[in-house]
Design a protein around this ligand. Sequence first.
Ligand code: PRP
Ligand code: URA
Length: 206
Amino acid sequence: MPLHVVEHPLLQDTLARLRDASTPSDEFRALARRASVLLAAEATRDLPTAEGAVHTPLEATRARRLAARVVAVPVLRAGLGLLEGFLDLVPSAQVGYFGLERNEETAVARCYYEKVPRDLGDAVVFLLDPMLATGGSAAMALEGLRARGARRVRFLAVVAAPEGVARLAEAAPDAEVFTAALDRQLNDRKYILPGLGDFGDRLYGT
Ligand code: PRP
Ligand code: URA
């Protein structure tokens, strides 16, 4: 499974601030949006374009416009932190939602909501979830996308753990992962180390 660790200096600076335990929620939300823009720029790099005519104020010329159906699917709740940044870059994207929640004791995800287009065969789908920990949530979301015909899926995560990457490589070898960091390991509560804590809680101040 292709794993892209995006080393852009602005993304790494943003990640450092997201990791910082003293960053308050309002700043955390703005940083999440910025991280999403930078990850999305990398993950959309090879989308197809089609050339057509355009009139500048001075003359007619040719220009390339995006020629792909893009669907963004944030995983509630933390994935919402990446949605606005993604839409800043791809305002024409359709949006679907998965609501997934890890059990606090077992860290096993359960699905409590889904509203995703059913015909994803011709789309490039961007799954947005900032934390790839055990990979259980991502594997569940990818299974849901596959059931709706998705063939091209890119997963945008702010931080990934080796355990989650390994699980996804097995469950969805054709998906591509874009992340700002591949961290060291999970702790015994399945949180990423060094990580940045609970992304959803930090995003929403809960
Ligand atoms: C977090 C995160 C991922 C999941 C990752 O969500 O946003 O969805 O955990 O963990 P995994 O790889 O072990 O499945 P959480 O379940 O805490 O829900 P929340 O976004 O509503 O806070
Ligand atoms: N979910 C989070 O928000 N953080 C982790 O470290 C793991 C799962």
